[in-house]
Write a protein that binds this ligand. Sequence first.
Ligand code: C5P
Length: 230
Amino acid sequence: MELRDRLAIALDFDDLVEAQRMARQLKPWFGVAKVGLELYAAAGPETVASLVDEGFQVFLDLKLHDIPTTVRRAARVIGALGASYLTLHAQSGAVMLRAGVDGLHDGADAAGLPAPVALGVTILTSDADAPPHILGKRVSASVEGGCGGIVCAAADVREAKQLAPRMLAVVPGIRPSQGDRHDQARSATPQQALDLGADLLVVGRPVTGAPDPAKAAAELFEEIAPTDPS
Ligand code: C5P
């Protein structure tokens, strides 16, 4: 897999035009565009098609958490949108996750699309106080619920992969070696996260909030894949 397909840019904006403009300028470094609650609330399902048209894989970070029937029905609608990834809260348990995965598959099948990968969100990376046993419980729920991956902090990837070696590990809270950690209590540099076994890295503010986002993206990329000067 190319490095850019392992990098997701978090488009946390309240305006689709602004998000598209940001996505376009970051395309050389990011193959995945993450749409979170803010952008989805502002621009709705059309966001997915517009970013797919720009050539991105779309990661819908909607963190579903509700009764299983509601999640199944919502996931069925989402499955037909063309996204590549969808997050669901693993805290909700295996039954809800399974309902979401089934819904995603039904929706994608009906639309003739490949089903998005369901990702169980284990512990929010802003949460520094989660008790240690919670990770295993949430990884197991994700496996049992049929998810293809999990979202966890870099520091949790090793333990998570011991429990679920085939799960894709998606890691937010990525920070360049120099810079602000914002509200991410358990952050890691991109290289640390990859060394720990992360498959997909989620990066937001260090790039989108930089005075020159393309320069920040290039520098971040360079930290992982230094260009050979010879
Ligand atoms: O700006 P920053 O790089 O902190 O962005 C991280 C993104 O990853 C945000 O969109 C946030 O919602 C998301 N996220 C997270 N922790 C999780 C799951 C998703 O920070 N466990």
